[in-house]
Ligand binder design. Sequence first.
Ligand SMILES: [Zn+2]
Ligand SMILES: [Zn+2]
Length: 150
Amino acid sequence: MSHEGIRFVSEDAARKATADERELPREAITPLRVRVNKTEGTGVEIDWKDGHASHWSFAWLRDACPCATCVEEREVEGREPGQPKPQPATLLPMFKAAVRPREVRPVGRYAISFDWNDGHTSGIYSWHYLRSICQCEACKAEAARSAAKL
Ligand SMILES: [Zn+2]
Ligand SMILES: [Zn+2]
């Protein structure tokens, strides 16, 4: 594939991200409490100002990394955020260490970033992005509804 093709895909993704930006009220993207359960390995929990609560496993968040490289890779492979890479069926299952962040850092007041134990560090997870990928039943149902309308 040419570089032109790849660039087009990511510009398209960027436009989609900006369009989403308008849809969420400030309350919905302001976290009241953020828990990163690094030791337990159970993922990230956020309580939002509008009363909503979100939870993601670390593996899910790693596969939803919003850095340009990962977004582009998912676009090319047709994966949704959080969807793992397909494993080749012919290979014996290989041992993979459970995904965990080695470090979690605040990025200004608007985001957090993870130093994942696979060495990847470039994803900046904004509150807006995290809220837009909320995996609670209500949000997943809502996402499925709006996907069906497109
Ligand atoms: Zn990434
Ligand atoms: Zn939700």
